[in-house]
Design a protein around this ligand. Structure first.
Ligand SMILES: [Zn+2]
Length: 504
């Protein structure tokens, strides 16, 4: 008997409806993009969702039919043109696959928080197009990021929906692998997934979504306990992505059982109640900027990690915020390094003037009005690189990163001191020590490491950090959600409506 054929692909984007720059086709094509067989060579042996699908397919003796995988850096909503082009390419791949013979199933790596100009619910838009090609009955298993804002339509369109368990996202590979093996049980053993979704009216601060501390650690533990009950196939918890001003935004839990909808419902309700009882713990309380910098400078030993949580490009910000850099230069910090500062207009002259040269330029704060002013700074060009490196740490291991032309500037502090800044041409969230090491900065030798990230930096930086401080910088990932103008959220929702009552 010929091996069963399984199509693999995905389109992944986390969209901030508050970000001012829309996400275009080029943003996908130059970030993570692979069509056809290129998907196999790009993702084999990577710790990604697609990498997990491929490993499970090999174990289950499936023949893989690669279609398209495309992911862009989080940013503004995906343009209509990009949405149509990507969905057309994905479904064209599925049509070709079907023309060559029957498919046993489809494994899709999506996000869950993609907002398209064509549809607030980008994943359902993708899944409707997929169903139009493969029909209503073919198993279509979907992996989501834990930041997905899940809708009932997504759940109805997918056969199984499973999210990452960890934030930082160290387990996309494991969840992809788990889904691939579950597909084998569906097509060979007659497992019949049935799913319950409960949406909780809660906007969870990103910093409190960290899955290695409370309150999320307890949520994770209970989910794993429930997942171990007989008949349960998968339990997921998605605290969601609050910077999407759309009705479905919030916390969701998903339970999938083998043919028992009442059991799925009961498990989802129980987990949802557990989350709701802890809603007050999802509020973030970061340290004011100057207080954080002074604390880091005074610490007896480094590195002290300062998390610039207001300007996390992983949440769609420009990564050119200057508020933390301004404080470091003003207060005289030294042996301090900051990454990244995304500013192509500054990276380019630094590249041109070359290593060892001195220059004065306007740096950062150029994209919008939310992330501080451009700073006039002077210093030396310490290093110029092409900005390409491979992740070797616990997140996205094996994935190639392209920062574009990159320069390390050693900037003179205005009250003495010196701050090294990694100035990039493309946005990047610092989730790997390679962001410093490949630019000639040994992070363990520095007193202060400032990183533009909400939580993901913790996977790589916790092992070397003497202390981690969440800094209250302004920006489009600031935890002060009340500073944003929400118009389309479903109300009431906690913490905006603190006295509300709710039960699943
Ligand atoms: Zn995420």
């Amino acid at each position: 008997m010929a091996p069963m054929r399984v199509a693999i692909g995905g389109i992944s984007h986390e969209s901030s409806t508050f970000a001012t720059v829309p996400t275009t086709l080029v943003d996908f094509e130059r970030r993570h993009y692979a069509e056809g067989d290129k998907l196999l060579t790009t993702f084999a042996d990577t710790r990604t969702g697609i990498g997990g699908f491929l490993a499970a397919a090999a174990e289950a003796d499936f023949t893989v039919v690669p279609t398209l995988f495309a992911a862009a850096m989080p940013g503004g909503p995906v343009t209509a043109e990009a949405t149509r082009a990507l969905v057309d390419r994905l479904t064209a791949g599925l049509r070709v696959a079907q023309a060559e013979g029957p498919l046993a199933g489809v494994l899709l790596d999506l996000h869950g928080a993609m907002v398209s100009e064509l549809d607030d619910d980008g994943e359902s838009f993708i899944l409707r197009a997929v169903r139009a090609v493969v029909g209503a009955d073919l198993p279509v298993l979907v992996e989501l990021d834990l930041h997905g804002n899940v809708t009932p339509e997504m759940i109805d369109l997918a056969t199984v929906t499973m999210a990452y368990d960890e934030y930082p996202h160290t387990d996309p590979y494991e969840r992809g692998h788990e889904l691939g093996l579950l597909l084998a049980r569906i097509v060979r053993e007659g497992v019949r997934p049935t799913t319950a979704l409960v949406r909780i009216p809660l906007l969870a601060g990103l910093q409190r979504q960290y899955t290695h501390a409370e309150p999320m650690l307890g949520v994770k533990r209970l989910a794993h306990e429930l997942e171990a009950e007989p008949g349960v196939l998968a339990v997921s918890y998605l605290p969601g992505f609050a910077w999407a001003d759309i009705p479905p935004t919030g916390f969701s839990v998903i339970a999938t059982t083998d043919g028992d909808p009442a059991q799925a419902r009961q498990i989802a309700d129980r987990l949802a109640r557990f989350v709701w009882e802890r809603r007050g713990e999802f509020v973030v309380r970061p340290l004011p900027v100057e207080e954080a910098v002074r604390l880091a400078m005074a610490a007896p030993a480094g590195p002290i990690v300062l998390a610039d949580i207001g300007d996390n490009p992983g949440g769609g910000t420009p990564a050119d915020g200057t508020v933390l850099l301004d404080a470091l230069l003003r207060l005289g910090a030294t042996r301090a390094a900051l990454a990244p500062l995304n500013d192509p207009e500054a990276a380019s002259p630094a590249q041109a003037s070359g290593e060892g040269s001195r220059l004065t330029l306007r740096l950062g704060g150029k994209t919008d009005r939310f992330h501080g002013q451009p700073l006039t700074v002077s210093g030396r060009v310490v290093r110029v690189t092409d900005g390409r490196f491979v992740h070797t740490g616990p997140m996205s291991t094996g994935v190639v990163i392209d920062l574009g032309p990159t320069a390390v500037l050693a900037l003179e502090g205005w009250a003495g001191g010196e701050v090294e800044v990694v100035v990039t041409t493309h946005r990047y969230q610092p989730t790997d020590l390679g962001i410093f090491r490949t630019q000639g900065i040994e992070p363990t030798d520095r007193q202060i490491l400032a990183v533009k990230s909400s939580v993901h930096y913790r996977a790589a930086f916790t092992p070397i950090a003497k202390q981690i401080i969440e800094v209250d910088t302004p920006g489009l990932t600031s935890p002060h959600l009340d500073g944003l103008e929400f118009r389309h959220l479903t109300r009431p929702i906690y913490p905006f409506d603190p006295d509300m009552t709710w039960h699943p």
